[in-house]
Design a protein around this ligand. Structure first.
Ligand SMILES: Cc1ncc(COP(=O)(O)O)c(C=O)c1O
Length: 412
Protein backbone atom coordinates (compact mmCIF):
# COMPACT_ATOMS: atom_id res chain seq x y z
CA UNK A 1 0.00 0.00 0.00
CA UNK A 2 1.51 3.36 -0.89
CA UNK A 3 1.32 6.42 1.29
CA UNK A 4 -1.67 7.89 -0.55
CA UNK A 5 -3.68 4.68 -0.08
CA UNK A 6 -2.72 4.66 3.58
CA UNK A 7 -3.81 8.24 4.05
CA UNK A 8 -7.07 7.55 2.25
CA UNK A 9 -7.76 4.46 4.33
CA UNK A 10 -6.88 6.23 7.55
CA UNK A 11 -10.19 5.48 9.16
CA UNK A 12 -9.99 1.75 8.41
CA UNK A 13 -6.94 1.43 10.67
CA UNK A 14 -9.38 0.81 13.48
CA UNK A 15 -10.33 -2.51 11.89
CA UNK A 16 -7.07 -4.20 12.94
CA UNK A 17 -7.81 -6.90 15.51
CA UNK A 18 -5.73 -9.42 17.49
CA UNK A 19 -5.26 -10.23 21.16
CA UNK A 20 -3.19 -7.14 21.90
CA UNK A 21 -5.52 -4.17 21.94
CA UNK A 22 -2.57 -1.81 21.53
CA UNK A 23 -1.16 -3.59 18.44
CA UNK A 24 -3.08 -1.39 16.02
CA UNK A 25 -1.50 1.68 17.57
CA UNK A 26 1.98 0.20 17.90
CA UNK A 27 1.94 -0.95 14.26
CA UNK A 28 0.41 2.20 12.82
CA UNK A 29 3.03 3.76 10.57
CA UNK A 30 1.01 6.18 8.47
CA UNK A 31 1.71 9.09 10.79
CA UNK A 32 5.49 8.56 10.86
CA UNK A 33 5.71 8.07 7.11
CA UNK A 34 3.44 10.99 6.42
CA UNK A 35 5.37 13.32 8.77
CA UNK A 36 8.61 12.47 6.96
CA UNK A 37 7.21 13.80 3.67
CA UNK A 38 6.81 17.27 5.26
CA UNK A 39 3.20 17.27 4.06
CA UNK A 40 1.52 16.25 7.31
CA UNK A 41 -0.85 19.13 8.03
CA UNK A 42 -2.53 18.33 11.35
CA UNK A 43 -1.71 19.24 14.97
CA UNK A 44 0.65 21.98 13.73
CA UNK A 45 1.46 24.13 16.77
CA UNK A 46 1.23 27.88 16.35
CA UNK A 47 3.60 30.15 18.28
CA UNK A 48 0.97 32.89 18.57
CA UNK A 49 -2.48 33.61 17.21
CA UNK A 50 -3.64 37.21 16.99
CA UNK A 51 -6.81 36.40 15.01
CA UNK A 52 -6.40 37.57 11.41
CA UNK A 53 -2.70 36.69 11.53
CA UNK A 54 -0.75 34.09 13.49
CA UNK A 55 2.91 33.20 14.02
CA UNK A 56 3.86 29.76 12.73
CA UNK A 57 7.49 28.56 13.01
CA UNK A 58 8.56 32.14 13.77
CA UNK A 59 6.89 33.59 10.66
CA UNK A 60 3.68 35.61 10.27
CA UNK A 61 0.92 33.85 8.36
CA UNK A 62 -2.48 35.19 7.31
CA UNK A 63 -4.89 33.00 9.30
CA UNK A 64 -7.58 31.57 7.03
CA UNK A 65 -8.09 28.50 9.21
CA UNK A 66 -9.93 29.72 12.28
CA UNK A 67 -13.55 30.05 13.40
CA UNK A 68 -12.91 33.26 15.29
CA UNK A 69 -15.42 34.90 12.93
CA UNK A 70 -15.89 38.14 14.86
CA UNK A 71 -12.19 38.39 15.72
CA UNK A 72 -13.01 38.62 19.43
CA UNK A 73 -10.55 36.15 21.01
CA UNK A 74 -8.05 38.97 21.57
CA UNK A 75 -10.55 41.79 22.17
CA UNK A 76 -9.52 43.74 25.30
CA UNK A 77 -13.03 43.55 26.82
CA UNK A 78 -13.25 39.79 26.31
CA UNK A 79 -9.78 39.21 27.79
CA UNK A 80 -10.57 41.47 30.73
CA UNK A 81 -13.92 39.79 31.46
CA UNK A 82 -12.24 36.39 31.45
CA UNK A 83 -9.38 37.55 33.68
CA UNK A 84 -11.78 39.23 36.12
CA UNK A 85 -13.88 36.07 36.34
CA UNK A 86 -10.80 33.98 37.12
CA UNK A 87 -9.80 36.47 39.82
CA UNK A 88 -13.27 36.47 41.33
CA UNK A 89 -14.37 32.83 40.95
CA UNK A 90 -11.18 30.81 40.34
CA UNK A 91 -10.06 28.68 37.43
CA UNK A 92 -12.41 25.69 37.42
CA UNK A 93 -15.88 24.61 38.49
CA UNK A 94 -14.80 21.16 39.74
CA UNK A 95 -18.28 19.77 39.34
CA UNK A 96 -21.31 19.29 37.14
CA UNK A 97 -24.00 21.91 36.53
CA UNK A 98 -26.29 19.40 38.27
CA UNK A 99 -24.45 19.68 41.60
CA UNK A 100 -21.91 22.30 42.61
CA UNK A 101 -21.11 23.55 39.07
CA UNK A 102 -23.82 26.13 38.46
CA UNK A 103 -22.99 29.76 39.17
CA UNK A 104 -25.01 32.91 38.65
CA UNK A 105 -22.76 33.78 35.67
CA UNK A 106 -23.94 30.61 33.87
CA UNK A 107 -27.56 31.57 34.43
CA UNK A 108 -26.92 35.17 33.35
CA UNK A 109 -25.33 33.96 30.13
CA UNK A 110 -28.27 31.61 29.54
CA UNK A 111 -30.75 34.45 29.94
CA UNK A 112 -28.73 36.67 27.59
CA UNK A 113 -28.51 33.94 24.93
CA UNK A 114 -32.23 33.17 25.12
CA UNK A 115 -33.06 36.85 24.75
CA UNK A 116 -30.63 37.27 21.82
CA UNK A 117 -32.13 34.29 19.99
CA UNK A 118 -35.76 35.16 20.80
CA UNK A 119 -36.23 31.91 22.70
CA UNK A 120 -37.68 31.27 26.14
CA UNK A 121 -34.62 29.72 27.72
CA UNK A 122 -31.12 28.42 27.07
CA UNK A 123 -28.87 25.86 28.70
CA UNK A 124 -25.08 26.23 28.73
CA UNK A 125 -22.90 23.14 28.22
CA UNK A 126 -19.13 22.72 28.54
CA UNK A 127 -18.69 22.35 24.76
CA UNK A 128 -20.87 22.63 21.68
CA UNK A 129 -20.18 18.95 21.07
CA UNK A 130 -21.75 18.12 24.42
CA UNK A 131 -24.71 20.38 23.71
CA UNK A 132 -25.72 18.16 20.76
CA UNK A 133 -25.06 15.00 22.77
CA UNK A 134 -27.10 16.40 25.67
CA UNK A 135 -30.05 17.40 23.52
CA UNK A 136 -30.17 14.05 21.70
CA UNK A 137 -29.65 11.78 24.72
CA UNK A 138 -32.39 13.64 26.59
CA UNK A 139 -34.99 13.78 23.81
CA UNK A 140 -34.47 10.71 21.63
CA UNK A 141 -35.64 7.83 23.79
CA UNK A 142 -36.89 4.55 22.36
CA UNK A 143 -40.12 6.25 21.21
CA UNK A 144 -38.34 8.94 19.24
CA UNK A 145 -36.22 9.16 16.08
CA UNK A 146 -33.52 11.64 15.08
CA UNK A 147 -33.81 12.48 11.39
CA UNK A 148 -30.37 13.71 10.45
CA UNK A 149 -28.79 15.36 7.40
CA UNK A 150 -25.94 13.08 6.31
CA UNK A 151 -23.49 16.02 6.43
CA UNK A 152 -24.56 17.23 9.89
CA UNK A 153 -21.75 17.80 12.35
CA UNK A 154 -20.00 14.80 13.90
CA UNK A 155 -21.42 15.73 17.32
CA UNK A 156 -24.96 15.08 15.99
CA UNK A 157 -23.89 11.73 14.53
CA UNK A 158 -22.08 10.86 17.77
CA UNK A 159 -25.16 11.89 19.76
CA UNK A 160 -27.07 9.36 17.64
CA UNK A 161 -24.71 6.61 18.81
CA UNK A 162 -25.23 7.55 22.43
CA UNK A 163 -28.99 8.08 22.51
CA UNK A 164 -31.47 5.30 23.11
CA UNK A 165 -33.72 5.83 20.08
CA UNK A 166 -33.10 5.22 16.39
CA UNK A 167 -31.81 7.61 13.78
CA UNK A 168 -32.46 7.87 10.06
CA UNK A 169 -30.37 9.85 7.62
CA UNK A 170 -31.47 11.96 4.68
CA UNK A 171 -29.42 13.32 1.80
CA UNK A 172 -27.62 16.58 2.38
CA UNK A 173 -29.77 19.71 1.96
CA UNK A 174 -32.44 17.64 0.19
CA UNK A 175 -36.01 18.45 1.34
CA UNK A 176 -37.46 15.72 -0.91
CA UNK A 177 -35.31 13.10 0.75
CA UNK A 178 -36.27 14.49 4.16
CA UNK A 179 -39.94 13.89 3.23
CA UNK A 180 -39.03 10.35 2.18
CA UNK A 181 -37.28 9.72 5.50
CA UNK A 182 -40.18 11.11 7.54
CA UNK A 183 -42.76 9.10 5.62
CA UNK A 184 -40.91 5.89 6.56
CA UNK A 185 -41.14 6.57 10.32
CA UNK A 186 -44.07 4.92 12.07
CA UNK A 187 -46.68 7.35 13.43
CA UNK A 188 -46.22 6.27 17.03
CA UNK A 189 -42.63 7.63 16.99
CA UNK A 190 -41.64 11.27 17.53
CA UNK A 191 -39.14 12.52 14.94
CA UNK A 192 -36.70 15.39 15.55
CA UNK A 193 -35.19 16.81 12.35
CA UNK A 194 -31.52 17.61 13.07
CA UNK A 195 -29.56 19.81 10.69
CA UNK A 196 -26.72 22.32 10.73
CA UNK A 197 -27.61 25.93 9.89
CA UNK A 198 -24.33 26.41 8.03
CA UNK A 199 -22.31 23.29 7.16
CA UNK A 200 -18.89 23.48 8.71
CA UNK A 201 -16.73 22.37 5.79
CA UNK A 202 -18.62 23.43 2.67
CA UNK A 203 -20.11 26.57 4.25
CA UNK A 204 -23.47 25.98 2.51
CA UNK A 205 -26.71 26.88 4.27
CA UNK A 206 -29.62 24.54 5.12
CA UNK A 207 -32.91 25.29 3.28
CA UNK A 208 -34.69 25.96 6.58
CA UNK A 209 -37.92 27.44 5.12
CA UNK A 210 -38.46 24.18 3.17
CA UNK A 211 -37.75 22.12 6.27
CA UNK A 212 -40.19 24.20 8.32
CA UNK A 213 -42.96 23.55 5.77
CA UNK A 214 -42.23 19.82 5.83
CA UNK A 215 -42.06 19.73 9.64
CA UNK A 216 -45.45 21.46 9.87
CA UNK A 217 -46.98 19.11 7.33
CA UNK A 218 -45.77 16.05 9.27
CA UNK A 219 -46.33 17.60 12.72
CA UNK A 220 -42.71 17.09 13.79
CA UNK A 221 -40.01 19.17 15.52
CA UNK A 222 -36.75 20.70 14.22
CA UNK A 223 -33.37 21.37 15.85
CA UNK A 224 -30.73 23.51 14.12
CA UNK A 225 -27.06 23.40 15.09
CA UNK A 226 -26.04 26.94 14.22
CA UNK A 227 -22.39 26.80 15.26
CA UNK A 228 -21.27 28.56 12.05
CA UNK A 229 -24.30 30.80 11.52
CA UNK A 230 -24.31 32.46 14.94
CA UNK A 231 -22.52 35.80 14.82
CA UNK A 232 -22.31 35.71 11.03
CA UNK A 233 -25.69 35.33 9.31
CA UNK A 234 -29.01 37.07 9.90
CA UNK A 235 -29.87 40.49 11.32
CA UNK A 236 -27.37 41.36 14.07
CA UNK A 237 -25.59 38.03 13.55
CA UNK A 238 -28.46 36.13 15.20
CA UNK A 239 -27.84 33.20 12.88
CA UNK A 240 -29.36 31.10 10.14
CA UNK A 241 -32.87 30.82 11.63
CA UNK A 242 -33.20 34.61 11.77
CA UNK A 243 -31.54 34.94 8.35
CA UNK A 244 -34.57 33.09 6.95
CA UNK A 245 -37.01 34.62 9.48
CA UNK A 246 -38.05 31.14 10.69
CA UNK A 247 -36.77 31.40 14.28
CA UNK A 248 -40.25 30.92 15.75
CA UNK A 249 -40.70 27.68 13.82
CA UNK A 250 -37.39 26.13 14.89
CA UNK A 251 -37.89 24.30 18.17
CA UNK A 252 -34.29 24.10 19.31
CA UNK A 253 -31.22 26.12 18.39
CA UNK A 254 -27.86 24.62 19.34
CA UNK A 255 -24.74 26.77 19.36
CA UNK A 256 -21.15 26.93 20.42
CA UNK A 257 -18.92 29.54 22.03
CA UNK A 258 -15.88 28.18 20.20
CA UNK A 259 -16.44 30.22 17.05
CA UNK A 260 -17.96 33.72 16.97
CA UNK A 261 -18.15 33.92 20.76
CA UNK A 262 -14.38 33.61 21.26
CA UNK A 263 -14.39 31.02 24.03
CA UNK A 264 -15.26 27.36 24.50
CA UNK A 265 -18.64 25.97 25.55
CA UNK A 266 -22.01 25.50 23.91
CA UNK A 267 -25.74 25.83 24.46
CA UNK A 268 -29.21 24.66 23.50
CA UNK A 269 -32.03 27.24 23.33
CA UNK A 270 -35.76 26.56 23.16
CA UNK A 271 -38.96 26.43 25.24
CA UNK A 272 -38.43 26.63 29.00
CA UNK A 273 -39.98 23.25 29.78
CA UNK A 274 -37.96 21.52 27.06
CA UNK A 275 -34.77 23.11 28.35
CA UNK A 276 -35.66 22.02 31.90
CA UNK A 277 -36.13 18.47 30.63
CA UNK A 278 -32.77 18.43 28.78
CA UNK A 279 -31.18 19.77 31.97
CA UNK A 280 -32.35 16.71 33.88
CA UNK A 281 -31.86 14.00 31.25
CA UNK A 282 -28.92 15.15 29.11
CA UNK A 283 -26.12 12.92 30.39
CA UNK A 284 -23.21 15.05 29.04
CA UNK A 285 -24.49 17.87 31.23
CA UNK A 286 -24.95 15.80 34.36
CA UNK A 287 -21.77 13.73 34.17
CA UNK A 288 -19.20 16.33 33.16
CA UNK A 289 -17.85 19.42 34.90
CA UNK A 290 -19.42 22.71 33.94
CA UNK A 291 -18.01 25.56 31.89
CA UNK A 292 -15.15 27.38 33.67
CA UNK A 293 -15.73 30.94 34.93
CA UNK A 294 -13.11 32.32 32.51
CA UNK A 295 -14.82 30.72 29.49
CA UNK A 296 -18.30 31.69 30.68
CA UNK A 297 -17.31 35.33 31.14
CA UNK A 298 -15.46 35.44 27.80
CA UNK A 299 -18.50 34.12 25.90
CA UNK A 300 -20.76 36.54 27.73
CA UNK A 301 -18.51 39.53 26.94
CA UNK A 302 -18.24 38.44 23.29
CA UNK A 303 -22.04 38.26 23.05
CA UNK A 304 -22.28 41.78 24.53
CA UNK A 305 -19.89 43.03 21.84
CA UNK A 306 -21.88 41.32 19.08
CA UNK A 307 -25.06 42.97 20.40
CA UNK A 308 -23.38 46.39 20.64
CA UNK A 309 -21.50 46.08 17.32
CA UNK A 310 -23.72 44.03 14.98
CA UNK A 311 -21.73 45.34 12.01
CA UNK A 312 -19.02 42.79 12.89
CA UNK A 313 -21.22 40.04 11.45
CA UNK A 314 -21.49 41.91 8.16
CA UNK A 315 -17.70 42.53 8.15
CA UNK A 316 -16.92 38.83 8.34
CA UNK A 317 -19.43 38.05 5.56
CA UNK A 318 -18.06 40.80 3.37
CA UNK A 319 -14.44 39.56 3.75
CA UNK A 320 -15.63 36.07 2.77
CA UNK A 321 -17.57 37.43 -0.22
CA UNK A 322 -14.52 39.40 -1.45
CA UNK A 323 -12.33 36.31 -1.16
CA UNK A 324 -14.88 34.06 -2.84
CA UNK A 325 -15.02 36.46 -5.79
CA UNK A 326 -11.22 36.81 -5.91
CA UNK A 327 -10.56 33.07 -5.68
CA UNK A 328 -13.19 32.28 -8.32
CA UNK A 329 -11.68 34.87 -10.67
CA UNK A 330 -8.28 33.23 -10.15
CA UNK A 331 -9.74 29.91 -11.34
CA UNK A 332 -10.50 28.13 -8.05
CA UNK A 333 -13.77 26.29 -7.42
CA UNK A 334 -15.45 27.74 -4.34
CA UNK A 335 -18.79 25.93 -3.94
CA UNK A 336 -22.03 27.43 -2.61
CA UNK A 337 -20.95 29.00 0.66
CA UNK A 338 -22.82 32.04 2.01
CA UNK A 339 -21.37 32.94 5.43
CA UNK A 340 -17.81 33.25 6.69
CA UNK A 341 -16.55 29.96 5.19
CA UNK A 342 -15.19 29.65 1.64
CA UNK A 343 -14.20 26.14 0.57
CA UNK A 344 -11.46 25.96 -2.07
CA UNK A 345 -12.18 22.66 -3.76
CA UNK A 346 -9.06 20.93 -5.06
CA UNK A 347 -10.61 17.51 -5.72
CA UNK A 348 -7.55 15.37 -5.03
CA UNK A 349 -5.97 14.26 -1.75
CA UNK A 350 -2.27 14.68 -2.52
CA UNK A 351 -2.75 17.90 -4.45
CA UNK A 352 -4.68 19.28 -1.45
CA UNK A 353 -1.72 18.53 0.83
CA UNK A 354 0.79 19.99 -1.62
CA UNK A 355 -1.15 23.20 -2.16
CA UNK A 356 -1.73 23.49 1.61
CA UNK A 357 2.05 23.26 2.17
CA UNK A 358 2.97 25.74 -0.56
CA UNK A 359 0.41 28.22 0.73
CA UNK A 360 1.78 27.87 4.24
CA UNK A 361 5.33 28.47 2.96
CA UNK A 362 3.95 31.53 1.18
CA UNK A 363 2.45 32.83 4.44
CA UNK A 364 -1.18 31.63 4.30
CA UNK A 365 -2.65 29.19 6.81
CA UNK A 366 -5.56 27.04 5.55
CA UNK A 367 -7.14 23.75 6.67
CA UNK A 368 -6.97 20.73 4.36
CA UNK A 369 -10.18 18.69 4.48
CA UNK A 370 -10.32 15.17 3.07
CA UNK A 371 -12.68 12.23 2.75
CA UNK A 372 -14.58 11.21 4.91
CA UNK A 373 -15.07 14.79 6.19
CA UNK A 374 -16.06 15.65 2.60
CA UNK A 375 -17.16 13.48 -0.34
CA UNK A 376 -14.45 11.83 -2.47
CA UNK A 377 -13.49 14.25 -5.23
CA UNK A 378 -14.37 17.25 -3.06
CA UNK A 379 -11.08 17.34 -1.13
CA UNK A 380 -10.57 20.98 -0.23
CA UNK A 381 -8.79 23.71 1.62
CA UNK A 382 -11.31 25.17 4.02
CA UNK A 383 -10.83 28.93 4.36
CA UNK A 384 -12.76 31.21 6.71
CA UNK A 385 -12.85 34.95 7.27
CA UNK A 386 -12.91 37.19 10.29
CA UNK A 387 -14.42 40.61 10.89
CA UNK A 388 -10.83 41.69 11.64
CA UNK A 389 -9.24 40.64 8.34
CA UNK A 390 -8.28 43.81 6.46
CA UNK A 391 -7.66 44.45 2.75
CA UNK A 392 -3.94 43.89 3.20
CA UNK A 393 -4.51 40.41 4.72
CA UNK A 394 -6.93 39.49 1.95
CA UNK A 395 -4.74 40.70 -0.89
CA UNK A 396 -1.70 38.88 0.59
CA UNK A 397 -3.78 35.70 0.70
CA UNK A 398 -5.07 36.11 -2.85
CA UNK A 399 -1.57 36.76 -4.16
CA UNK A 400 -0.32 33.54 -2.52
CA UNK A 401 -3.26 31.56 -3.94
CA UNK A 402 -2.44 33.05 -7.35
CA UNK A 403 1.26 32.14 -7.25
CA UNK A 404 0.66 28.62 -5.90
CA UNK A 405 -2.28 27.99 -8.24
CA UNK A 406 0.00 28.63 -11.25
CA UNK A 407 2.12 25.62 -10.24
CA UNK A 408 -0.96 23.40 -10.56
CA UNK A 409 -2.49 24.92 -13.72
CA UNK A 410 -5.39 26.25 -11.66
CA UNK A 411 -4.46 29.90 -12.28
CA UNK A 412 -3.00 31.72 -15.28
C1 LIG B 1 -21.57 22.44 13.36
C2 LIG B 1 -20.81 22.22 14.63
N1 LIG B 1 -21.47 21.81 15.72
C3 LIG B 1 -20.85 21.58 16.90
C4 LIG B 1 -19.49 21.76 17.02
C5 LIG B 1 -18.82 21.47 18.32
O1 LIG B 1 -18.52 22.66 18.96
P1 LIG B 1 -17.43 22.75 20.13
O2 LIG B 1 -16.14 23.10 19.47
O3 LIG B 1 -17.96 23.84 20.98
O4 LIG B 1 -17.41 21.46 20.83
C6 LIG B 1 -18.76 22.21 15.92
C7 LIG B 1 -17.31 22.42 16.06
O5 LIG B 1 -16.52 22.18 15.20
C8 LIG B 1 -19.43 22.43 14.69
O6 LIG B 1 -18.76 22.82 13.61
Amino acid sequence: MDLLDKVESWTSQFEEGGRDVLAKALNWETYDQFSQTGLYPYFQALDENQGPVAIYEGKEVVMLGSNNYLGLTTHPKVREASQDAIKKYGTGMTGSRFLNGTMKIHEELEAKLADFLDKDAALVFTTGYQANLGMLTALINSHAVAVVDRFAHASIHDGCRLMEGENVKFNHNDPTDLERALSEISVDKGPLICVDGVYSMEGDVAPLPDYVKIAKKHGVRIAVDDAHGLGVLGPGGKGTCHHFGVQDDIDLIVGTFSKSLASTGGFVAGEQRVIDYIKHFGRPMIFSASLTPGCTAAASAALDILIAEPERAEQSRSCAAKMKKGLTELGYQTGDAEGAIVPVIIGDTMMTFMIWKELLDAGVYTNPVLFPAVKKGQEMLRTSYLATHNDDHLSRALEAFHQVGKNYDICK
